[in-house]
Design a binder for this molecule. Structure first.
Ligand code: NAD
Length: 730
C-alpha cells in the first residue's frame, strides 16, 4: 500500500490522501515522495481533474520528514555526500514547485488549484508541502500543532519552508517560526498568516473542495510581476533593521555554536535578494551545508532518532504491557507534588501521601496552580482542571494505597525515613505492586533491603522541576527484576518523558557528571580564575548555565550536604577538599544561592540576578594572569565527558545512546555536540586522550584518560563505531 493514494471524484476534484499504514503519524520518506510526485503528474495531465486536495487519512496531517532518510542518503553517497544531499533536496524542490506552478505557463495562465486540508498537526515537511499548495485549510482542532520545528534538532526547514514562509509573511514575522521553531494551534497559525482558513473538522474536506471548484486565482505573490517582500527586502531600511537585529539575536542566543540558525539566516538573507527559484537553490545549498556539519548529524542522531528510540522502548525488557493505572506518591514536597501533577495529567489515578493533611493538600495545590496558569494562558479549560484534580487523592491514610500498581516514594533523603515508609506502604499494597524511589543520592540496592521483594524495587529519578524536565533516570538495583524495569518504562511513556536505564552507582548517571562540572567551576574560582571567565567560557561552549549559576540554582546548602555525605562514604579517596573550602565558606556567609537571593551571583530584591557577586574577589583574589578561554572550556567539558566514559567502563551506562540523550535532556550538556560520546567522536578519541592527559599534567589526575578512552585512542576507535546502538557496552 502506497503512503499516498488518489481518488478522482465525479466533481472533478482529485483527493490525494496521505496515510502511512504502520505509523500513528505520517512521515515523509524517499519512496513516498516519488509516489506523490507521480500522483501530481497524473492529476495535472488528466483533463477530467479540475483541481486537487491533499489531505491525510489520520486525525493529524504529518509529523515531518523521516530524518533517518537524511542520515541514510549521507551514508549511501560514498565519497560525495554533499552532492547526494544537494540533489535530494533539489528533487524535493522540483516536486513542490510543480505543485505550486500546477501546470501554469510562464505567463501564469492555466494551471489547476491545489489545496491542502490539514485535519491536525502539521510539522516540518508536513507544513512545507501545504505551503507549496495554493490554499491551506486547517481543521479547528486546538490540540493540533502547526509549524517548522527543524531548528530544534539542529537543521532548518529545507523543503522550501524557509523561502516560502519568509516570502509569505516577511522575515520579521517568520523569524519566531523559523529561528525558534515556534508551533501554533490552527487559530494562531491563521492569525500569524501561516494557514489561510480554519474550519470545523467535519467541514474540512468540503471546504477545500469547494474552494478548488470556485476557479480561484492561484498565482503565488512571488510569481507575480512586481512582488515585494512583506516588511521589506534586506536592502530596504525596514528589512535592513530586521536583519541586523536577527543576526545579533542569533549570535547572542547560539553563541556561535549552532550552525543551523546562522545558515538559516544566510539562506533567508541571500534568498531575499534573488528570484524565487534561485532562492530555493540557495536554501538547498545552505541546507546541505548544515547537513554536512557533524554537529547537525550528531543532534539529529541524539535529539531525534535515539531519543525517539528510547521513548519507544529500545531498552525495555520484552514483557507484556505494564501500563500504570493507580500510582501512590509518598511525600508531597517539591518532587512529590510534581510527580503527582504529571501522573494526573497523563490520566493516572494518584494517591498523594504526606505526614500531615496540610502537607498533602499543599502538594495537590501545586496541580491546582499549574492548571490555573494553563487556563489563564488558554492552554487548559476549567473542565480539564476538575478532571485532573479529581484524579488526585491527597491524604495521610496509607489505606488509600490499596490497588496501586506503582509507588513512587519522594520523602526526605534519609535512609531511615525511607525504610520506614517502604514498610508502611508494603503493608497495604499487593505483591505485584512495584516500588520506586526518587532518591538522588542513596544507593538503590541499599534501600531495596527495606522492601519485601527487591526484584520489585527500582529507582525512578526525576529532575526538578518535574513538569519541565524531560529526562527520567530509571535505576536498576542489584536485584531489580525486568518486570520493575518494564513498569517504570511504561510509566515514563505514559507521562511522556524520555527514559534512560542505568545501573546503580553513586549519583547514577546525570548527577555523577554534573557535580564534577560544578566542582570544576568552583575549583577555578579558588585558583584565581575570574568567575566571569568561568561562566562565559561555559556558555560559549554551549552549556545552558555556567557552573556557578547552576550551583546557585540548585542551592549551595544542598551542595554542602552532598559533599559531606560523599566525604563520609569515600573516606580518604575524597577528591574535592579544595572545592569544599569555597562551598562551605559561602554557606557560612549565608550565600546559599538564588533562594537566599545571595550566592556566587548577586540578586535584587525580587530575586533577579544582577551580576556576579563582587564580594567573592575579597576572599578569592582574581589572579593577574588568566588562562585561555579554550583551556577553561576543555576543563569544564572534560570533567563531564570523562565521567560519562567511566560510567560506560563501570557498566553504569549500558548504552551510549542513553548517555548522549540523557546528558542533553538531563543537564543540558552542550546540545550542539549531540552529547558527550558524540563529542568524543567528533573530536576523535586520539585527540581527546591526548588533550585530557595534558590537562591531567597541569590540573590533576581527575583528568587522566580512563583506560577505555586510552584503548580506543590507541586503536583509533569511535564510540558509535565500537558501541553500536543497542549493543551492550563492555
Ligand atoms: P521535600 O523536602 O520538598 O519533600 C519531602 C516531603 O516528604 C515533605 O513534604 C515531607 O513532609 C514528606 N515526608 C517526610 N517524611 C515522610 C513520611 N514518613 N511519610 C510521608 N511523607 C513524608 O524534598 P524533595 O526535594 O521533594 O525531595 C524528595 C526526594 O526526591 C528526595 O529523596 C530527594 O533526594 C529526591 N530528589 C530531589 C530532587 C530535587 O531537585 N529536589 C531531584 C531529584 C530527586
Amino acid at each position: 500500500m502506497n503512503d499516498f493514494t488518489m481518488n478522482k471524484g465525479a466533481d472533478g476534484v482529485a483527493v490525494i490522501t496521505w496515510d502511512v499504514r504502520d505509523k500513528s503519524m505520517n512521515v515523509m520518506t524517499r519512496a513516498s515522495m516519488l509516489v506523490l510526485d507521480g500522483l501530481i503528474d497524473d492529476a495535472l495531465a488528466d483533463d477530467a481533474v479540475k483541481g486537487v486536495v491533499i489531505t491525510s487519512g489520520k486525525d493529524t496531517f504529518a509529523g515531518g520528514m523521516d530524518l533517518n532518510v537524511l542520515a541514510s542518503i549521507r551514508e549511501e553517497a560514498g565519497d560525495d555526500p554533499a552532492r547526494a544531499l544537494f540533489e535530494f533536496t533539489m528533487g524535493g524542490h522540483h516536486m513542490l514547485r510543480k505543485i505550486e506552478r500546477a501546470g501554469m505557463d510562464d505567463k501564469n495562465k492555466g494551471g489547476k488549484p491545489i489545496a491542502a486540508a490539514l485535519p491536525g498537526t502539521a510539522l516540518g515537511i508536513g507544513l512545507e508541502l501545504p505551503l507549496a499548495c495554493h490554499r491551506i485549510f486547517a481543521a479547528d482542532n486546538p490540540k493540533a500543532k502547526i509549524g517548522l520545528p527543524e531548528i530544534m534538532v539542529g537543521i532548518f526547514p529545507g523543503a522550501g519552508g524557509t523561502t516560502r514562509l519568509v516570502r509569505k509573511m516577511g522575515a520579521m514575522a517568520a523569524s519566531p517560526l523559523l529561528l525558534e521553531g515556534r508551533l501554533n494551534d490552527p487559530k494562531k497559525a491563521k492569525m500569524a498568516g501561516v494557514v489561510d482558513e480554519v474550519v470545523a473538522p467535519d467541514e474540512l474536506l468540503d471546504a477545500a473542495k469547494a474552494w478548488v471548484l470556485s476557479e480561484p486565482a492561484i498565482v503565488k505573490p512571488w510569481d507575480e510581476k512586481g512582488y515585494k517582500m512583506p516588511g521589506g527586502a534586506p536592502y530596504h531600511p525596514a528589512g535592513f533593521m530586521t536583519f541586523v537585529g536577527a543576526s545579533a539575536m542569533v549570535n547572542g542566543k547560539t553563541k556561535g555554536v549552532y550552525p543551523a540558525a546562522k545558515a538559516l539566516l544566510s539562506a533567508v538573507y541571500e534568498g531575499a535578494l534573488v528570484p524565487f527559484d534561485t532562492a530555493l537553490k540557495i536554501e538547498a545549498r545552505w541546507f546541505t551545508h548544515v547537513l554536512m556539519n557533524p554537529s547537525s548529524s550528531a543532534m539529529i542522531r541524539s535529539l531525534f532518532i535515539n531519543k525517539e528510540a528510547l521513548e519507544k522502548g529500545a531498552v525495555r525488557p520484552d514483557l507484556e504491557d505494564q501500563t500504570v493505572r493507580k500510582v501512590g506518591v509518598i511525600g508531597a514536597g517539591m518532587m512529590g507534588a510534581g510527580i503527582a501533577l504529571v501522573s494526573a495529567l497523563a490520566g493516572i489515578e494518584v494517591v498523594l501521601i504526606d505526614n500531615t493533611q496540610e502537607a498533602a493538600d499543599k502538594g495537590k495545590a501545586y496541580t491546582t496552580a499549574y492548571m490555573d496558569k494553563g487556563i489563564s494562558r488558554k492552554k487548559a479549560t476549567p473542565e480539564k482542571k476538575e478532571q485532573v484534580l479529581a484524579l488526585i487523592n491527597a491524604t495521610t491514610g496509607y489505606a488509600a494505597l490499596a490497588g496501586c500498581d506503582l509507588i513512587v516514594e519522594a520523602v526526605f533523603e534519609d535512609p531511615g525515613v525511607k525504610a520506614e515508609v517502604t514498610a508502611k506502604v508494603q503493608a497495604v499494597t499487593g505483591p505485584d505492586c512495584i516500588f520506586a524511589t526518587n532518591t538522588s543520592t542513596l544507593p538503590i540496592s541499599q534501600l531495596a533491603k527495606a522492601a519485601g521483594d527487591p526484584e520489585k524495587f527500582i529507582g525512578i529519578h526525576f529532575f526538578s522541576p518535574v513538569d519541565k524536565m524531560m529526562l527520567v533516570e530509571v535505576i536498576k538495583g542489584q536485584k531489580t527484576g525486568d518486570l520493575a524495569v518494564a513498569k517504570a518504562l511504561d510509566y515514563v511513556r505514559q507521562i511522556r518523558k524520555t527514559p534512560i536505564v542505568v545501573n546503580d552507582a553513586r549519583f547514577f548517571y546525570a548527577n555523577r557528571c554534573i557535580i564534577p562540572y560544578i566542582n570544576e567551576g568552583i575549583r577555578m574560582v579558588k585558583e584565581g580564575v575570574a568567575p566571569a571567565l568561568v561562566e562565559n567560557a561555559a556558555k560559549l561552549v554551549g552549556m545552558p548555565l555556567g557552573p556557578l549559576q547552576l550551583v546557585d540554582e540548585t542551592s549551595i546548602d544542598l551542595g554542602v550536604k552532598i559533599a559531606k555525605a560523599t566525604k563520609v562514604a569515600m573516606g580518604d579517596a575524597y577528591p574535592d577538599g579544595a572545592v569544599d573550602e569555597v562551598l562551605f565558606w559561602m554557606a557560612e556567609e549565608g550565600r546559599l544561592g538564588r533562594k537566599a537571593k545571595a550566592g556566587f551571583y548577586a540578586y535584587d530584591e525580587k530575586g533577579k540576578r544582577s551580576g556576579l557577586w563582587e564580594g567573592l574577589a575579597g576572599k578569592y583574589t582574581v589572579a593577574e594572569t588568566q588562562p585561555d578561554v579554550t583551556e577553561v572550556q576543555h576543563r569544564l567539558l572534560f570533567v563531564q565527558v570523562l565521567e560519562a566514559v567511566r560510567a560506560v567502563e563501570e557498566d553504569v551506562l549500558m548504552d551510549i545512546r542513553e548517555g548522549d540523550v540523557g546528558a542533553i535532556l538531563g543537564w543540558g550538556f552542550a546540545p550542539w555536540s549531540g552529547g558527550p560520546f558524540s563529542w568524543l567522536d567528533m573530536v576523535g578519541t586520539p585527540w581527546a586522550a591526548e588533550a585530557t592527559n595534558l590537562l591531567a599534567e597541569q590540573h590533576g589526575e581527575r583528568f587522566r584518560a580512563p583506560a577505555l578512552l586510552e584503548e580506543m585512542a590507541a586503536k583509533g576507535q569511535s564510540f558509535y563505531g565500537r558501541f553500536r546502538p543497542g549493543a551492550k557496552a563492555a
